[in-house]
Design a protein around this ligand. Structure first.
Ligand code: IPM
Ligand code: MN
Length: 358
């Protein structure tokens, strides 16, 4: 009997539904080729639903999502909804409630994809950022008082406990171990902790000690490095080839992964996973809802296809994931650009071409 995976689809807003539709083509092609089944159930969470019903992601939806093997998300974001409502009500709520404590962001430049970095090619840009995804400033502990007066005070605390730090660092070391075994080029490079321990002397120190202790005790064969986050920004641009696995806390990870997305060719190609290694994970293209491109068949579905590829990999369908990646690489070689409207193909053509090569 073939294995069946139950996938919750949240196409979402703007161009989300278009790119999810294209991603599904490759997922289905991989499923039939590698002998497993994907069973999709669609949910209409997003800006449109919020504007109609006032509901973002109700608790009952979280309970329902828990029953799935994985979640495949298009984009959340609507021009008529005030910033913050959908982000906290849907995306962050899902991350926290489903305890998706890793935000995995591969930063890989594929052949023929343009990077703004001069003199850098695919051989220089091939690393992964492991961003802690449930803690830090994102816990939103704190508040404001005397709002609107000259004496207004606002706080938002960077909260971390040892368990949250340890489980993230454990994931990063295990990933590094896997990559080292995969490719000797990776094994030469260190795992890098990114923080700001020269200023954040309590949180930074917690992360640093947790990283050093676990590394020395459990992964002595893996080289370790440490960068302050401001310096890491410089090195991502100047020497991206120094990085293989970089691990960091939530807000720093948010910031540096947007830089990572740009050096790998932009939002048309960057994908990410919100991962609970013991539970339900959620995969998404990084691009957002791009409302101005909605319905024009010009948005690049490659990031969504890449998110699908990551989903299969996380589900354990490694060969299927590799087949999708190989097909993506072939199609990228034919595309003029990875930017919306400049690909030389339509959204559906790119989706069909990738699926056809899986
Ligand atoms: C991301 C996004 C989110 C974040 C926003 C939309 C809440 O920027 O996934 O990186 O800050 O984590
Ligand atoms: Mn972000």
């Amino acid at each position: 009997m073939s294995k069946t995976y139950n996938i919750a689809l949240i196409p979402g807003d703007g161009t989300g539904p278009e790119v999810v539709a294209e991603g599904k083509k490759s997922l289905d092609a991989a499923a039939s080729k590698f002998g497993f089944k994907l069973n999709y159930t669609s949910f209409d969470f997003g800006g449109e639903r919020y504007l109609k019903t006032g509901e973002t992601l109700p608790d009952s939806a979280i309970e329902e999502l828990r029953k799935f093997d994985s979640i495949y998300l298009g984009a959340i974001g609507h021009p008529d909804v005030k910033p913050g409502i959908l982000e906290t009500g849907i995306l962050l709520k899902a991350r926290f409630a489903l305890d998706q404590y890793i935000n995995l962001r591969p930063v890989r430049l594929y052949p023929n994809v343009e990077t703004p970095l001069k003199d850098k090619g695919p051989e220089h840009i091939d690393f992964v950022v492991v961003r802690e995804n449930t803690g830090g400033i994102y816990t939103s502990l704190g508040g404001a008082t005397r709002v609107g007066t000259q004496d207004e005070i606002a706080t938002q605390l960077m909260i971390y406990d040892r368990r949250t730090v340890d489980r993230c660092i454990r994931y990063a070391f295990e990933l590094k171990k896997k990559r080292n075994a995969l490719n000797p080029k990776y094994a030469e490079k260190p795992i890098t902790l990114i923080h700001k321990r020269n200023v954040l002397t309590s949180c930074g120190d917690l992360w640093y000690r947790a990283f050093e202790e676990m590394g020395a005790r459990d992964y002595p064969e893996i080289k370790r490095d440490y960068n302050h986050v401001d310096a890491a920004n410089m090195w991502f641009v100047k020497n991206p080839e120094w990085f293989d696995v970089a691990v960091t806390e939530n807000l720093f990870g948010d910031i540096i992964t947007d830089l990572g997305a740009m050096i790998q060719g932009g939002l048309g190609v960057a994908a990410g996973g919100n991962i609970n290694p013991e539970g339900v994970s959620m995969f998404e293209p990084m691009g957002g809802s791009a409302p101005k491109y909605k319905g024009q068949n010009v948005i690049n579905p490659m990031a969504a296809i890449g998110a699908g590829m990551m989903m299969l990999d996380t589900l354990g369908e490694t060969k299927a994931a590799q087949a999708i990646e190989a097909a993506m690489i072939e199609v990228m070689k034919k595309m003029k650009s990875q930017a919306a409207g400049k690909m030389g193909y339509t959204t559906t053509q790119v989706g069909d071409m990738v699926a056809g090569l899986v």
